[in-house]
Design a binder for this molecule. Structure first.
Ligand code: UDP
Length: 327
């Protein structure tokens, strides 16, 4: 298929681009490089452009005879969304609606959309199924939920075939260590812990050790980025006009912050000093996926089942790229 990957220079997008190219698809990346990296886009595949530029998107969709869109281009930091909601609503909602209009104008109807566990807010029951009430507690979650609803409505009214994939905690890097996670500033747990192992930080701050969890630290479901990529291709292959699916993507296993740090110690061989800090506002105690629907619908199972395997791949990337793509 001819696939337009919007945000293909970002973390999950770049790993998906690799998988799609290897599967024989004809991939074009559309990215404004505001947070993505030119270095992770295969030669000759990048079109630089804004998500809000409907005319340019329409031209690309037509010229490249695009069959399917994968949309990763979003701001995705909870704290930033609370401080700068306008930026989040503008990009994640308004600009995404421009994309949907460009698709309508050019007759492209398949879309796979990056959604998030943040659409669930503070769920009462773990594991989280797709029927769990979606009640976001921050602007980021609301922007993603708004587009999930738009896709449902566009599928019904305009015959879009849409899949919203609700990621849990994306983690890890490609097994060869060539591409990986590189955010500036970095705020995610595993990269920060591994930067501490590399000596780039003195210690890792644990955001709260008084949660109602066995060791008092927050529990998350870490899912390997290549497993997310695999789910995107599978979801795309399922799309028919009117298809409207939403699925959770996680391993179903929760790991506490302390367990993740311990896994990083084992893998890196570094002691990794820690300090306990205040809770980070808006962090639910536990987020663990029930991904049985994705397994049934997409025939998908995560290949990286253990946190050690996920951390190992991340460590290979961080060791070989101590300053990310700038290395
Ligand atoms: N976390 C932490 N220290 C850090 C960064 C993250 O203790 O420096 C915790 C955070 O509170 C959460 C978990 O690690 O419980 C995962 O956070 P991350 O930002 O990686 O992902 P999120 O769950 O926010 O999407």
């Amino acid at each position: 298929m001819n696939i337009l990957v919007i945000g293909g220079a970002g973390y999950v997008g770049s790993h998906t681009v690799r998988l799609l190219v290897r599967a024989g698809h004809n991939v074009t990346v559309y990215d404004n490089l505001s947070r993505g990296h030119r270095a992770c886009v295969p030669e000759g595949r990048l079109v630089e452009g804004e998500l809000s530029d409907r005319a340019k998107l329409t031209a690309v969709l037509v010229e490249k005879k695009i069959d399917a869109v994968m949309h990763f281009a979003a701001f995705a930091l909870v704290g930033e969304s609370v401080a700068h909601p306008a930026m989040y609503y503008q990009n994640n909602v308004t600009a995404t609606l421009e994309l949907l209009e460009a698709m309508r104008a050019s007759g492209v109807w398949r879309i796979v959309f990056s959604s998030t566990t943040a659409t669930y807010g503070q769920p009462e029951k773990i594991p989280i199924t797709e029927t769990t009430l979606q009640l976001p507690i921050n602007p980021y979650g609301f922007t993603k939920l708004a587009i999930e609803h738009a896709l449902t409505d566009y599928a019904r009214a305009y015959g879009f075939g849409a899949a919203a994939l609700r990621y849990f905690n994306a983690a890890g890097a490609s097994p060869d260590g060539d591409i990986g996670e590189d955010h500036d500033p970095e705020s995610h747990l595993i990269p920060i812990v591994l930067q501490t192992a590399l000596g780039q930080r003195e210690r890792i701050g644990i955001f709260g050790d008084d949660y109602e969890t066995p060791d008092g630290t927050c529990i998350r479901d870490y899912i390997h980025v290549d497993d997310l990529a695999d789910a995107h291709e599978r979801a795309m292959n399922l799309l028919e006009p009117g298809t409207n699916i939403q699925v959770n993507l996680g391993t179903g296993k929760g790991h506490s912050v302390l367990e993740v740090i311990e896994a990083c110690r084992q893998v890196s061989g570094h002691p990794i000093p820690t300090t306990v800090e205040a809770r980070r506002p808006g962090d639910p105690a536990q987020l663990v996926a029930d991904s049985s629907l994705a397994q049934r619908l997409l025939g998908w199972t995560p290949k990286y089942e253990s946190i050690d395997a996920i951390v190992k791949s991340a460590w290979k990337w961080h060791k070989s790229h101590p300053r990310g793509y700038a290395s």
